[in-house]
Write a protein that binds this ligand. Structure first.
Ligand SMILES: Cc1cc2nc3c(=O)[nH]c(=O)nc-3n(C[C@H](O)[C@H](O)[C@H](O)COP(=O)(O)OP(=O)(O)OC[C@H]3O[C@@H](n4cnc5c(N)ncnc54)[C@H](O)[C@@H]3O)c2cc1C
Length: 450
């Protein structure tokens, strides 16, 4: 494809940003891809469970091809935002792109706003996921996890956390807490297999009997549900034996975190719920009675939110998108950012992937959303005068100079390739499947002087 003459800046090199970038480059645009982390990949690198090495490597191969395109200019180790290395407005001022596409994922943490949430021993799933996947600075922080851990949520992320506690920490007791019932579980078979051998089956049977009057299943349905829940309990895990006892507490809405004299979590208070039909599904209705789960650690695995400090109009837990479909808005999803203060669209700014819809699906979904979003961007660009890519080299130099003046050591695609080679060599020397440096300083040292 011939050069379009447009420069597009993409913020965030996770799957949405990288697959979106491929479509933009294929359309003939120059793309500058700014990424907070030194390495590209986002949650493929730092979210997907650490030992799914083959899956990660398969996706990385595709990313390498895209990032090697001559029209794509990767700049890692640069955080955008209000109190960060660079603001979005500075990007607009210095690079003067035709369009800014935000693909920064969902970096805000979501909690339930429970009284006592600030106690020691309360964690957010994403921080722990980043920790065990080796993302600085989370990789460098100790996580003082206790012996009895309540995980709030029963989606795949909650199960990944349980996986880590069972196999890496050998935590004595892990309780998965759900507001609704066992049939409303949101995890998949593939994920639960990793921990199913650790279910306390007697406790599970008792728990199912406890909630049976509330979950709207007849006898046959109850048997089928029991079978589905325990399908993998006799399958020996690939990761060896763990003594962790894993239990479930259904129909329980957390209401308070209780703590001891040392301000350490001592219990999670939950309110009993019952299921009430809602459309084709069920919602949880509180019953007013409470139960205290004696735990010393609480981990929220209830999804994430967009980063409120990135510099985009924000409402609730998300960026504000154009409420009125228009020529640039292909379908139901709105990708263009909207400022409710001025009641105007930010015509040059779009959001894709988990930045558009936090915690929404797997890599395939983020890819699809990135590609759909940039199709909308493409239609918008077709209506715009081109020329923003004319002096991309000079603009790039100005950006580098500005970041250098702020002490930011940017990382190019060539640098990332060098780092990957060093890490592959280190893995080979140690006889490991892979090796990751645990801090930015180590990664930058491996890359060497600029
Ligand atoms: C615990 C967990 C396990 C998962 N397991 C799987 C799995 O097994 N299989 C699967 O298919 N999917 C899995 N997923 C889902 C998958 O990872 C996501 O669908 C996908 O990564 C979302 O892509 P994204 O590009 O929107 O965001 P992200 O992957 O989060 O990428 C965002 C990028 O933006 C950058 N960024 C963030 N803030 C800034 C900033 N301020 N300035 C500049 N750059 C910034 C980050 O450095 C990152 O590179 C998992 C997700 C989680 C949380």
């Amino acid at each position: 494809m011939a050069n379009s003459g447009h420069l597009v800046v993409v913020v965030g090199a996770g799957p949405a940003g990288i697959y979106g970038t491929r479509k933009l480059a294929e359309a003939g645009h120059e793309v500058i891809l700014l990424n907070r982390d030194i390495k590209p990949g986002g949650l493929v690198e730092y979210g997907i469970y650490w030992n799914k090495h083959k899956m990660k490597e398969g996706i990385r191969k595709q990313f390498r091809q895209i990032l090697g395109d001559a029209r794509v200019h990767y700049v890692g180790n640069v955080k955008l935002g209000e109190q960060a290395d660079l603001t979005l407005q500075e990007v607009r001022n210095v690079l003067k792109p035709s369009v800014l596409v935000v693909a920064a994922g969902a970096q805000g943490t979501k909690s339930l706003g429970l009284p006592g949430e600030e106690a020691r021993g309360v964690f957010h799933a994403k921080d722990l996921v980043y920790h065990y996947n080796g993302l600085p600075p989370f990789s460098e922080r100790p996580f003082d996890l206790g012996e009895r851990v309540a995980i709030i949520g029963i989606g795949n992320v909650a199960i990944d956390i349980a996986h880590y506690l069972v196999h890496e920490r050998q935590t004595p007791e892990v309780i998965l807490v759900a507001r609704r019932g066992p049939a409303q579980r949101a995890y998949t078979d593939i994920e639960i297999k990793s921990v199913a051998a650790n279910f306390d089956r007697e406790a599970l049977d008792q728990e199912l009997e406890r909630v049976r009057p509330h979950i709207h299943v007849d006898d046959d349905g109850f048997v089928a549900l029991h079978k589905a829940l325990t399908k993998h309990v006799n399958e020996p895990g690939k990761e060896g034996v763990s003594t962790t006892r894993l239990t479930f507490r259904y129909l329980s809405a957390p209401t308070e975190v209780l703590s001891d004299a040392d301000e350490r979590v001592s219990a999670l208070r939950v309110e009993d719920t019952t299921l009430v039909p809602k459309g084709e599904d069920f919602s949880a209705r509180s019953l007013g009675t409470h139960y205290d789960l004696p735990v010393d650690t609480v981990i929220f695995a209830v999804g994430d939110s967009a980063d409120a400090h990135l510099g985009l109009p924000y409402s609730g837990s998300a960026y504000v998108k154009n409420p009125v479909p228009d020529a640039t808005n292909a379908g139901d999803e709105a990708y263009q950012v909207y400022d409710p203060a001025t009641e105007q669209r930010l015509t040059d700014t779009f959001v894709i992937g988990w930045s558009r819809q936090a915690s929404d699906g797997l890599v395939g979904k983020a890819k699809q959303d990135g590609e759909r979003g940039v199709a909308v961007v493409q239609r918008f660009l077709e209506t715009q005068a081109s020329g923003s890519a004319a002096n991309v080299g000079e603009k790039f130099a100005a950006l580098e100079a500005l970041l250098k003046s702020r002490g930011v050591r940017t990382v190019s695609w060539t640098d990332v390739q060098k780092l990957e080679a060093v890490e592959q060599e280190a893995a080979a020397q140690r006889g490991l499947e892979f090796f990751k440096h645990g801090s930015n300083a180590e990664m930058l040292a491996a890359i060497g002087a600029k």
